[in-house]
Design a protein around this ligand. Structure first.
Ligand SMILES: Cc1cc2nc3c(=O)[nH]c(=O)nc-3n(C[C@H](O)[C@H](O)[C@H](O)COP(=O)(O)OP(=O)(O)OC[C@H]3O[C@@H](n4cnc5c(N)ncnc54)[C@H](O)[C@@H]3O)c2cc1C
Length: 489
């Protein structure tokens, strides 16, 4: 155990030393489930990048925060885009759009927009260190209107296989494919995104039951809910979070504020959250206890227009700077859990969640426990990028968490859901990707994206992950993949 701890520390130190430098190093997915040692290059500017991409096989890495290893491609040169010097950031007041380079993080973009222009992004995920381009390329989303970040792209520029700039704009036939193309068209060097004014919202966070969901979402424009998977499988405990326009304050439904036993429950949950990480077997009895408490309570907050993470933590200031609260303590699996996610049609989400609860509970005696919650973020409306989760219809993003050593159980749950819900679509940074998604993404659309790839990268230098290659059905695994090295294929 001590040896393992010391080895991990050494690896982490080596990873830190490698940042910003060229040479051999490990590329690791978030939580380190996928990794490979590779030759890395840090593009200091676009001219250097253009030269690098025309030299040989390469792939692009943003911040390497995808869970599913979509950014981990063995045997080719990794362009470390987030560490590079492509840091364009400029705002155009006439079109209310922002131009952003491939090395800029979501945090830097949000700070630039808020502090210098009083503007914000239409939507975002719940973590800000990722590169803007990496986040958009994987279909990163929040919840509510314009939930998929890539839906805000109006123009993008990438370098083709010869290192030449190609710019596509909304309305161009190839645009809707390339705007969300999970590393198959790369490097994207610049994006232009729509922005919105900074606004306050009414945020109501409630603890309730799944059967009350329709009532609680009344008047809301953006809804997410988190289910405690070991509570009553027919009507589980949910924590809902509803955002409404301030003008609709009177329409929003809320339970009474916590008092008496409710306050005790809040205290209990805060401490439960601390224990939950270490004692997976206690998850079920703890959640059964919460089920027994049978709470109905709400917290109502008016969000600060300048709050960068109001979607996930409605109180002013950043949640990373604050101790956990009742409504978000159970969500915090960031550093301790593997996160697998996929999208199902919005109206099917309650049944899918109840199904997962039953399947997960049946695995208890094998030692598997879901971590904390099942999170459901609602993506209403329809987005323009062809591979956006909600390109065809409103969808719900289902996020499952488990201890990293248990991540394969999550893949099994994904497969089971896909057996019964054939319209399940992938999150390109969190799903277990593979051929099983071909029909829900559309064979024609996948072929069309491959034609675009072949048009701009006829040399075939740009490589993408084996799991994405399986999705496109484009041939045998490459050297560096165990299946190829072992002579299995
Ligand atoms: C703690 C945490 C919280 C998260 N929260 C959310 C959330 O709330 N909602 C959500 O939807 N997702 C969420 N995610 C997933 C995350 O947003 C995506 O996986 C995203 O890809 C990460 O961006 P990245 O810069 O790390 O990209 P990487 O993981 O490095 O790369 C992702 C893909 O983008 C491609 N890529 C990178 N740079 C370029 C480029 N310049 N040109 C072309 N292609 C490129 C890569 O080749 C790869 O295919 C979360 C992840 C973590 C770790």
């Amino acid at each position: 155990m001590i040896r393992k701890y010391l080895r991990t520390r050494r690896e982490r130190a080596a990873d830190r030393r490698a940042i910003g430098t060229d040479g051999k190093r490990w590329v690791r997915s978030w939580i380190n489930v996928y990794r490979c040692e590779t030759e890395a290059r840090v593009p200091h500017d676009e001219t250097a990048l253009a030269k690098l991409v025309s030299e040989g096989r390469y792939s692009c890495v943003g911040q390497s925060h995808s869970y599913n290893g979509v950014q981990v491609v063995p045997g080719v040169t990794a362009m470390m885009m987030r560490e590079g010097g492509i840091k364009t950031l400029s705002y155009d007041p006439a079109s209310e759009t922002v131009r952003v380079g491939a090395s800029v993080s979501v945090r830097d973009l949000k700070l630039f927009l808020r502090d210098q222009h009083g503007r914000g992004l239409h939507n975002s995920g719940n973590y800000m260190e990722q590169s803007v381009v990496g986040a958009l390329a994987t279909g990163t989303h929040g919840f509510g209107p314009r939930a998929v970040m890539a839906d805000s792209v109006v123009e993008l520029t990438f370098l083709d296989g010869k290192g030449q700039r190609v710019t596509l704009r909304r309305g161009d036939p190839e645009f809707a494919y390339v705007a969300l193309s999970f590393g198959t068209i790369a490097p994207i060097v610049e994006l232009v995104l729509e922005t919105k004014p900074l606004e306050s919202y009414i945020s109501v966070s409630s603890m309730s039951r799944l059967s009350k969901l329709d009532e609680l979402r009344q008047g809301g424009i953006a809804v997410n809910w988190a289910v405690m998977p070991y509570t009553d499988p027919d009507d589980p405990v949910v924590m809902t979070h509803v955002l409404a326009e301030c003008a609709d304050e009177k329409v929003v439904v809320a339970h009474p504020k916590a008092s008496g036993s409710g306050k005790f429950a809040a205290w209990f949950l805060r401490h439960y959250y601390k224990l939950d990480r270490f004692l997976p077997r206690l998850r079920r009895p703890m959640q059964r206890f919460i089920d027994w408490l049978d709470l109905e309570q709400s917290e109502r907050v008016i969000t600060d227009p300048g709050d960068l993470d109001y979607l996930y933590d409605p109180r002013p200031g950043l949640k990373e700077n604050r101790a956990p609260s009742i409504t978000r303590g159970l969500f915090s699996t960031t550093y301790t859990g593997y996160n697998l996610a996929f999208f199902v049609p919005l109206e099917r989400a309650p049944a899918v969640v109840k199904f997962i609860i039953r399947e997960a509970d049946a695995l208890r005696d094998l030692g598997f426990f879901l971590k904390g919650i099942i999170s459901v973020r609602e993506l209403p409306g329809v987005a323009e990028p062809v591979f956006a989760a909600n390109a065809r219809r409103p969808m719900a993003a289902i996020d499952l968490f488990a201890d990293p050593r248990d991540y394969a159980w999550l893949e099994r749950l994904q497969r089971l859901v896909m057996r019964y819900e054939v319209d399940t679509r992938p999150h390109f940074g969190k799903s277990a990707l593979g051929a099983q998604f071909r029909s829900s993404l559309g064979l024609d659309h996948l072929d069309q994206l491959m034609r675009i790839y072949e048009r701009y990268f006829p040399e075939g230098n740009l490589m993408f992950s084996e799991r994405v290659r399986a999705m496109f059905d484009v041939g045998r695994p490459l050297p560096g993949e165990a299946a190829a090295d072992a002579g299995l294929v």
